[in-house]
Design a protein around this ligand. Structure first.
Ligand code: GLN
Ligand code: ZN
Length: 791
C-alpha cells in the first residue's frame, strides 16, 4: 500500500509566458528553430525540477507541447492532411505550424480563406480549432478520412521521457488516449472516425513499447471522453483499445485518466478495462469515490483528483482529507492528484505582487496546488498509519489553509447582504418584459422609424496600433487621464461621423475605450479581481487572464453611460448602448466556488440591469447585450443542458426585464452552432439578435425559422475572421439566401461579429458595400420602411 503525489500536467506557457515569446520570435523570423527548441527544453526542465522540489513523486512528461497536445498526436501518428508539406518521415516544424496556423505564414489563425498568398505560393488554412471539453483551452481538430493510414513519424513522449531521465527525473509520460483522440477528430468525408481505431492502435502500441524499452514503468492515458455520454460503439472501442495495449505491451502500467466530470454510467466500462490505475475527478464529481471503492478490484491503483485543476481557490485541506480518508488504506495504492491537468490554471501566485495579501491568501495557482498535494499526501499517510500527529510543515499547511478559509468566509468584501437580498427578492416572473414582442415591435418602430433591412455593426471598430498604444501608455501612467479621454473622444467622434457618412442606420460608439469585453466591465464591478501575470493558455501562443470573481457582485456606478452619451451627442441616428451579458462575463472568469454559478450569474445580471436602466434614463433607445459565450457554458452531459440553459437565459432576461417596451434590446452571439440550444435562443426574447452566419451561407437560419422564430434577426453577411472584403453583389446574394428563410421585416444587415481585429482598410470598403447591398435590396422591394412589409 502506498500513498503518493501525482501531477497530470503542468502549464506549458511558462511563468513569464516564455513559450509565447519564444514562439512569436520564431514565427516572426527573429529566432531560428534551434533557439525555439532550446527554450522549450529549458522550460520543460524547469517544470520537472519545480515539481520535484514541490514533493511530487509522479511527475508527468509529454504534457508539454509547442502548440497543442492534440495536434502533436495527429502529427506523431501521421494523421496529416495533404498540402502541408509532409511527404512521409519525420515531420518538420514548418508542417507542424502550418497545421496550427495555416501555411500562408501570416499567422492569422482566424483566416480560413483558401487561396493564394501574395507571392503566388499555395496557401492552406489552419486546421479547425475548437474548445477542449468545457474549458477555455482550444485544440486543433484532427482531420481524418475513411482511407486514413497511420504511422509513427516521431515518438515525442519517448524523447521527452529521455530528456527528463537525462536530468535524473523519472517521469510518467502522458498521452491522449486513442478513443478520445478519435472522438475529437473530424472526418472530411463524414465517415466514422472510430472506425479507424484498429489502424491507429499499432502506432500507439509502438509508442508504448518504445517507452517501456526506455525504462518507463507507467504511462498516463487520458480518456476524458469517459465523463461524457458514450455510445455502445464508443464503449466497445475503449475495451478494444485497452485490451490491445494489455496484450501488446504487457508489464507497462497504464493510469487511465478521466477528468472534467464523473464516470457515472461509464464506471462499469472504465473498471472493465485492463489497466493498472484509474484517475477520477473528485472535484467535479465528489460522489464518484464511494461507488469506486465499492466496485474497484483491489489491485487497481486509484488516483484521486481532489485538488481543483480548473479553478484558482486555495483548497480546504481538512475537508479534502475527510473526503478521501476512506481510501487511505486502499490496497492497490493511492495517488493524490489535481482533478485534471494544471494547464487550466495560472502558474504561480507569487508573481501577483499587486494583489492584496488577504485576497492572495485565498488563492492557489499551479505551483501552490503542488504544495497542497504534498500536504494532503502526508496527512493521508499519517492517517493510514494510525497516527494523529502531522509533521510540522504539513500541520502548518493545514493551519494556513484553515485560517485563509476562515477569513474568506467571514470577509465583508466577499459577502454583501444588500446584493444577496436583491437576488433573494427576484421572484419567478422577474425576468419578464412588460409587453410581448409584437407590441414592443410596434412601439420600437414608432420610436425609431428605420428603413427596411436596417444596417448596423456589432460594436467594436478596429483597435488600431494607435488605440492600443494610447491604452498602454495610459495604463503605465505615461498618458494623463484627460489626454487619454480626449484621444478616445476623437476616435469615437470620427467613427460616428464615418458611420453617418456611409449611411449606416443604427450606429455604435466603437468600443475604443475597452480592452476586452469582459475585463472592461469586471474592472468596474465590485467582487472582481484582476491579476498581472495569471495567464492561462487559450491556444498556441495565445493566453488570457480571466478575472477572478471572489465576492458578491454589484455595480457602484454607471459603466458605459458617459461614452454612450458622448457618441449619441455626435449624431441624430440612434447609437446602441453596448453591454456584455452576465453569462458571458461568468463563463470567461474564474468563478468563486462558495456559491452556485447560477447565483453568481444572477448577481451579475442585476448589475447589468442597473446599467440598462441608466442607459435608458440617459436616452438610449437601443441596447445590445452580448452573450458571445452563452454556448460555452453548456455542461458536458446533455441531460444537464436544460438546467444550465434555464438559469442562463433567465439571467439574460433579468438584464432586460426593466427595459421599457419601446427600448429595443439587441443581443449578439458569435457562433453558428445552435443545435440543441434553439429553444433557449428563442426564449431570450431579444428584440433583435445578430449571429454569425456568413460561412454557413445562412443555413443556420433554417433551424431558427423552422421553430418559427418571431423576433428580428441580423444574420452576419461579412466574415470578419478573414481579411477578405465582401463585394456588394456577394452580400446581396447572402441577403437573398436570408430572405428565403425570413420575412423581410425581420431581417437586419450586419457583419458576423465585432470589427476590432480588422483593419480600417478592410472595414471601410466592406461596410460601404454592406450599406449598398441593403439599399439595392430596398430598391428591389416595394416597401422602404420596416413597418411597411406584410409581416
Ligand atoms: N460588442 C462586441 C464587439 O463588437 C462583441 C464581441 C463578441 O461578440 N465577441 O467587439
Ligand atoms: Zn461576436
Amino acid at each position: 500500500m502506498s500513498i503518493q503525489t501525482a501531477n497530470l500536467g503542468f502549464p506549458r506557457i511558462g511563468r513569464q509566458r516564455e513559450l509565447k515569446f519564444a514562439l512569436e520570435d520564431f514565427w516572426s523570423g527573429k529566432s531560428d528553430e534551434a533557439t525555439l527548441q532550446a527554450k522549450a527544453r529549458t522550460l520543460r526542465a524547469a517544470h520537472w525540477q519545480h515539481q520535484r522540489e514541490a514533493g511530487i513523486s509522479i511527475i508527468p512528461s509529454n504534457d508539454f507541447s509547442l502548440y497543442d497536445h492534440v495536434l502533436d498526436l495527429a502529427v506523431m501518428t501521421g494523421a496529416i492532411p495533404d498540402g502541408y508539406g509532409w511527404t512521409g518521415g519525420p515531420v518538420s516544424i514548418a508542417t507542424l505550424f502550418a497545421l496550427a496556423r495555416g501555411s500562408a505564414g501570416t499567422g492569422s489563425h482566424l483566416c480560413n480563406c483558401n487561396g493564394q498568398s501574395p507571392d503566388g505560393a499555395e496557401t492552406k488554412p489552419a486546421l479547425e480549432m475548437t474548445k477542449w471539453f468545457d474549458t477555455n483551452y482550444h485544440y486543433l481538430v484532427p482531420e481524418l478520412h475513411a482511407g486514413q493510414t497511420f504511422g509513427l513519424t516521431g515518438n515525442k513522449p519517448l524523447e521527452h521521457f529521455r530528456e527528463a531521465a537525462a536530468l535524473g527525473i523519472h517521469t510518467r509520460p502522458v498521452i491522449l488516449g486513442p478513443v478520445t483522440f478519435l472522438t475529437l477528430a473530424k472526418t472530411r468525408d463524414g465517415s466514422a472516425s472510430l472506425a479507424l481505431l484498429e489502424k491507429l492502435l499499432p502506432v500507439y502500441g509502438q509508442i508504448l513499447k518504445e517507452l517501456k524499452a526506455a525504462g518507463a514503468d507507467w504511462v498516463q492515458m487520458d480518456e476524458p471522453c469517459l465523463v461524457t455520454s458514450l455510445s455502445t460503439i464508443e464503449k466497445e472501442a475503449l475495451v478494444q483499445a485497452y485490451r490491445y495495449f494489455a496484450a501488446e505491451v504487457p508489464g507497462l502500467s497504464l493510469m487511465l485518466a478521466t477528468y472534467f466530470g464523473g464516470l457515472e454510467d461509464n464506471l462499469e466500462t472504465a473498471l472493465s478495462l485492463p489497466v493498472a490505475g484509474l484517475h477520477v475527478d473528485l472535484v467535479r464529481a465528489p460522489q464518484t469515490l464511494a461507488p469506486l471503492l465499492a466496485n474497484t478490484p483491489e489491485h487497481l491503483r486509484l488516483s484521486l483528483g481532489i485538488i481543483d485543476g480548473r479553478n484558482v481557490w486555495r483548497a480546504d485541506l481538512a475537508n479534502c482529507l475527510e473526503r478521501i480518508s476512506a481510501a487511505a488504506t486502499w490496497p492497490g495504492g493511492i495517488e493524490i492528484a489535481p482533478s485534471c491537468s494544471l494547464l487550466h490554471v495560472p502558474v504561480d501566485l507569487a508573481l501577483e505582487t499587486d494583489l492584496d495579501q488577504e485576497l492572495a491568501s485565498w488563492l492557489a495557482f499551479a505551483t501552490q496546488k503542488l504544495g497542497e498535494l504534498a500536504a494532503l499526501r502526508n496527512a493521508l499517510a499519517a492517517r493510514a498509519s494510525g497516527s494523529s500527529q502531522l509533521d510540522g510543515d504539513t500541520q502548518a499547511a493545514f493551519d494556513t489553509a484553515a485560517a485563509a478559509l476562515a477569513t474568506r468566509s467571514r470577509s465583508h468584501r466577499v459577502s454583501d447582504p444588500a446584493v444577496q437580498a436583491r437576488v433573494q427578492a427576484l421572484g419567478t416572473g422577474q425576468h419578464l418584459r412588460g409587453a410581448p414582442f409584437a407590441l414592443r415591435q410596434v412601439l420600437q418602430r414608432t420610436r425609431n422609424p428605420l428603413p427596411l433591412f436596417p444596417t448596423t455593426t456589432i460594436g467594436s471598430f478596429p483597435q488600431t496600433a494607435d488605440v492600443r498604444k494610447a491604452r498602454a501608455l495610459h495604463g503605465r501612467g505615461k498618458l494623463a487621464d484627460e489626454d487619454y479621454t480626449a484621444f478616445l473622444k476623437r476616435e469615437t467622434a470620427a467613427a460616428i461621423r464615418w458611420q453617418d457618412e456611409i449611411g449606416l442606420d443604427v450606429l455604435v460608439h466603437g468600443e475604443f475605450e475597452r480592452n476586452d469585453m469582459v475585463q472592461y466591465f469586471g474592472e468596474q464591478l465590485k467582487g472582481f479581481a484582476f491579476t498581472r501575470n495569471a495567464w492561462v493558455q487559450s491556444y498556441g501562443s495565445r493566453c488570457v487572464r480571466p478575472p477572478i470573481i471572489y465576492g458578491d457582485v454589484s455595480r457602484p456606478a454607471p459603466m458605459t453611460v458617459d461614452w454612450w452619451r458622448f457618441a449619441q451627442s455626435q449624431t441624430g441616428k440612434p447609437v446602441k448602448g453596448m453591454l456584455t451579458g452576465p453569462v458571458t462575463i461568468l463563463n470567461w472568469s474564474f468563478v468563486r466556488d462558495d456559491l452556485p454559478r447560477e447565483t453568481v450569474c444572477r448577481q451579475i445580471a442585476l448589475a447589468i440591469r442597473d446599467e440598462v436602466s441608466d442607459l435608458e434614463a440617459a436616452g438610449a433607445s437601443m441596447i445590445q447585450i452580448d452573450e458571445a459565450a452563452l454556448r460555452e457554458g453548456l455542461p458536458l452531459r446533455r441531460r444537464d443542458w436544460d438546467h444550465y440553459l434555464d438559469w442562463a437565459i433567465r439571467c439574460f432576461r433579468i438584464c432586460c426585464s426593466e427595459a421599457g417596451d419601446s427600448t429595443q434590446i439587441h443581443t449578439h452571439m458569435c457562433y453558428s452552432e445552435f443545435n440543441g440550444i434553439l429553444p433557449a435562443i428563442i426564449a431570450m426574447d431579444a428584440d433583435v439578435i445578430s449571429i454569425e452566419a456568413s460561412r454557413s451561407r445562412m443555413e443556420l437560419l433554417d433551424a431558427l425559422t423552422s421553430q418559427g422564430y418571431p423576433n428580428e434577426i441580423g444574420p452576419g453577411i461579412y466574415d470578419i475572421h478573414s481579411p477578405g472584403i465582401p463585394g456588394s453583389g456577394e452580400i446581396e446574394t447572402l441577403l437573398g439566401l436570408a430572405r428565403q428563410r425570413l420575412r423581410d421585416g425581420q431581417l437586419w444587415v450586419n457583419p458576423d461579429c465585432g470589427l476590432k481585429t480588422r483593419k480600417w482598410d478592410e472595414v471601410r470598403p466592406a461596410l460601404i458595400n454592406m450599406v449598398e447591398a441593403a439599399r439595392a435590396l430596398r430598391r428591389a422591394t416595394n416597401a422602404h420602411t420596416q413597418g411597411g412589409d406584410a409581416a
